[in-house]
Design a protein around this ligand. Sequence first.
Ligand SMILES: Cc1cc2nc3c(=O)[nH]c(=O)nc-3n(C[C@H](O)[C@H](O)[C@H](O)COP(=O)(O)OP(=O)(O)OC[C@H]3O[C@@H](n4cnc5c(N)ncnc54)[C@H](O)[C@@H]3O)c2cc1C
Length: 512
Amino acid sequence: MTTQQYDYIVIGSGIAGLYSALLAVEFGSVLILTKGGIADCNTQYAQGGIAAAVGPEDSPNYHFADTLAAGAGLCNEEAARILAEQGPQAISELVRLGVIFDTADGEVALGREAAHRMPRVLHAGGDATGARIELTLSSLAHHSRIHVQEYTTTSRLLVEGGRVVGVAGLVNGEGDEVEYLATHTILATGGAGRLYRYTTNPEVTTGDGVALAYQAGAAVMDMEFYQFHPTALRLPGAPPFLITEAMRGEGAVLRNAHGEAFMTGYHPQGDLAPRDVVSRSLLTEMRRTGAGNVVLDATHMPSERLAARFPSIYNFCLTHGLDITRDPIPVSPAAHYMMGGVLTNTDGETTLPGLYACGEVACTGLHGANRLASNSLLETVVFGQRVVRRSLEGGWSGPWPEGVFPLEAEPSEEAGAPSIEGLQALNWSNVGIIRSREGLEEAAGVFAAWEASAPEGGDRGDRELANMVTLGRLMAESALVRQESRGAHFRTDFPETSEAWLRHTVFMKQAD
Ligand SMILES: Cc1cc2nc3c(=O)[nH]c(=O)nc-3n(C[C@H](O)[C@H](O)[C@H](O)COP(=O)(O)OP(=O)(O)OC[C@H]3O[C@@H](n4cnc5c(N)ncnc54)[C@H](O)[C@@H]3O)c2cc1C
């Protein structure tokens, strides 16, 4: 086992990891460990863009209010205030680093997305915002004091005397663990869409960061809140692919199997209702009509405008035999964004000194029970900057959870052996868009059994499966604990929102 020493270790090479690394390198040596190639991450696929109150009619107060409304009463207001107020400056930062946002008539072009009261979403390359940001930041990461180590799976956090002092990793995802030591370790491992059968996320999103932090003793929060995007492409043979909400913002309409535009019957904001409402409405329409999908109809929009504004979607669909200027797009909901994660304060500190978390893996409580569209890219820049600043100050003033829940499920005797396909199917059916006590109890019992029988160690695939089991259990048990429906969490046995549940769910291994 060899050991290397750095000032900062950053785990993950999406926007959160790269941006933090680019700031941190001003103050010390940086190692970026990433599980796949540098661009294997959610960031690469972000289409709609990045929200910030930069328009002439807009203000951070409006952005703040829209974020709180989407979060259904559970947002951390301090975090939401910071995000809204520092948003415009974060955009300037990205521009300074070389990201070129789209313009129209000499002004920055702003798209409209669900639950934003006005157009507020900057985009780059039409619908290629994430790819443009990833390319810009990764090219800057070729820096003499940043060492980017691809295809290295972080397998453990190293804790000494209650402090995280580095990580262990598997080079090329196999073999003996290598130890990497650092003064500051920044988790930027992204989300966990792969826990679900249908997802918009790429293969690396197995929730490793949350599992690693939880196993090391850190608190995790609000794991019951997973956002399902209503419109993932449902074409036979096509890989997971998102059809951005911005397309509905430009006028595309959802229709059921009978060709009826149904969303106005579900919500006053119609096709631009909050994502959880649209996802549940789609599922209801699919069940009512017996269809496996609905369609997103953009055929009434001018063809040239459609192809120019959404070039990635237009070309992807065309490659799979669908001309979106002539044919409606078959879509259905898919797991998209993890609102919960490793508990942090607004400086990115976790409950473990030495460990910071930033981006989708982190949970400041900013998104509450549901994320406002296009707030996540912005979050990484605003809070990445705060992580690095905090690391320079020394000491630890991290968060301390107000109350911690125990994990209670008894291992099921009928669980069988764990497999990724089995886990994804179970999570999709029992811990998905519509939940119930029986389904959640069944899932929690199976995850508890799989956790108890999981072998230690193994290669990247073994570690990912173990991490997914840990996350599945945390999600199912958080969803069981929360006896209400709020934001992205909907239970048929508790369909109403309850004042008594205006609180967060926190789990922490040491407290079990
Ligand atoms: C299809 C799609 C469209 C989206 N559109 C938008 C949008 O328009 N606007 C918006 O704001 N948000 C959007 N999002 C969400 C947004 O892209 C993500 O929340 C954001 O990019 C997360 O950035 P991140 O750096 O935290 O994580 P990621 O970009 O996912 O990066 C995580 C990194 O961690 C690495 N990693 C994970 N586990 C390990 C491990 N064990 N060891 C080493 N490395 C590891 C991964 O390989 C990866 O490099 C979209 C997401 C998807 C999937």
